[in-house]
Design a protein around this ligand. Structure first.
Ligand code: ADP
Ligand code: MG
Length: 363
């Protein structure tokens, strides 16, 4: 028990939906990206970056409390469901595997601005500390310049992820520019640190969304409570939070603030497979990597990312998938071979193909 229902109630009112469903079925909501279920009612809580005062996110908590896990979930969902481009500046190598999943991964930050690439990965873990900090700062400076050159917000939002490197790079000029001006150029920063006060007050007041994981640091909580107008009594005992549980506080465009206690950040495990269905009669599960590979083998670049967005759910109807592929210009013969290769029977393909073609023709 981390608090009684009275103290928690202001923190756990479900957002919008009165009929909480499974994390899975809400994962592709257009109202934002799923973070997890609220503590008491198990209602899904979303992070809606379009509705946030700015796109920046700060994550704090003790080591092992779940910061990296949340950051990876957000990264994954931004790429898969939000038509966002992401650059991960990785000090520890923890993001390498996730980056591998994304076919259009490279290491040229400029490509994110020209939309030639969705993900840019800079693995700095092999470097010594000084070189790492220099490389990260240089990249942030470059991002700030590119962002200003772009002039406006551009076709896709861009997010910069730097995990646990806050203390090291907080003097970076580029970082400061991004935090202050990123909103108008559609560039958001996602960063974490063990203590909230590691970052300056100025930075904290420029970050619209903050996640606080387990912490024994009372000062971090006071800062959160004060800056969001929450009474300290309403904040549960953050020293007792389980791994993966966190407080999410946001400042919205309307200037209203909201606070939710998340039972457990809903996991990557939900996202690592995709089920292709034909009603209740057929279900074929494949790894997300294999699924991305299938789409990439049938269509290229932007068309492939449109398909992934069009079917942005871990459970996809076969007809819907075929429709999206046809519309993206994939060859029908190629679709047939690709679906066969992942183990879908010819009769199921034939049925769904007929329905998909009819659907495409009537659009
Ligand atoms: N919401 C979660 N669900 C399942 N496992 C989690 C969750 N959050 C964290 N973990 C696991 O706990 C461990 C520590 O989490 P991590 O995110 O690395 O902590 P931190 O970055 O705060 O040090 C990892 O093995 C991670 O997979
Ligand atoms: Mg970590």
């Amino acid at each position: 028990m981390i608090a009684n229902s009275q103290t928690l109630s202001p923190l756990i009112c479900p957002q919008g939906s009165s009929e909480p469903g499974s994390a899975r079925s809400y994962a592709q909501s257009r109202n934002g990206i799923l973070i997890g279920m609220s503590y008491r009612f198990a209602a899904p809580v979303f992070l809606d970056l379009c509705d946030a005062m700015n796109p920046h996110i700060l994550i704090c908590g003790m080591t092992g409390s779940g910061k990296t896990y949340l950051t990876k979930c957000i990264l994954m969902r931004l790429l898969s469901f939000c038509d966002a481009n992401v650059i991960a500046i990785d000090f520890t190598g923890e993001y390498a595997q996730l980056a591998e999943w994304f076919y259009d991964k490279g290491s040229i930050p400029e490509n994110l601005f020209t939309a030639q690439q969705h993900m840019c990965y800079l693995g700095l873990n092999q470097m010594d500390d000084t070189a790492r900090v220099d490389a990260a700062c240089a990249t942030l400076d470059l991002m700030a310049v590119l962002m200003r050159q772009r002039g406006g917000s551009g076709p896709r939002p861009i997010f910069i992820i730097i995990d646990e490197a806050w203390k090291l790079i907080k003097r970076s000029k580029g970082l400061e520019v991004i935090i202050r001006e990123g909103r108008k150029y559609g560039v958001g920063l996602i960063t974490s640190s063990q203590l909230l006060q590691d970052s300056s007050m100025e930075v904290m007041s420029n970050v619209a969304t903050t996640f606080v994981f387990r912490t024994t640091n009372a000062h971090s909580l006071e800062i959160i409570a004060r800056s969001h107008g929450i009474s300290m009594g309403a904040i549960p005992d953050m020293r007792a939070l389980d791994r993966g549980s966190c407080l999410m506080v946001s400042i919205h465009k309307s200037a209203n603030t909201s606070a939710f206690l998340i039972r457990s950040v809903s996991g990557l495990e939900e996202m690592d497979t995709v089920s292709i269905l034909k009603g209740k009669k057929m279900e074929v599960k494949i790894g997300i990597r294999e699924f991305n590979g299938l789409i990439n083998s049938l269509c290229t670049g932007d068309a492939a990312s449109r398909v992934r967005q069009g079917v942005s759910s871990p459970r996809i109807e076969l007809t819907e998938l075929i429709c999206a592929l046809i519309e993206a210009g994939a060859q029908r013969r190629g679709i047939l071979c690709g679906l066969r290769k992942i183990g879908i029977q010819d009769c199921d393909i034939a049925d769904s193909f007929a329905m998909a073609i009819a659907r495409v023709n009537t659009k």
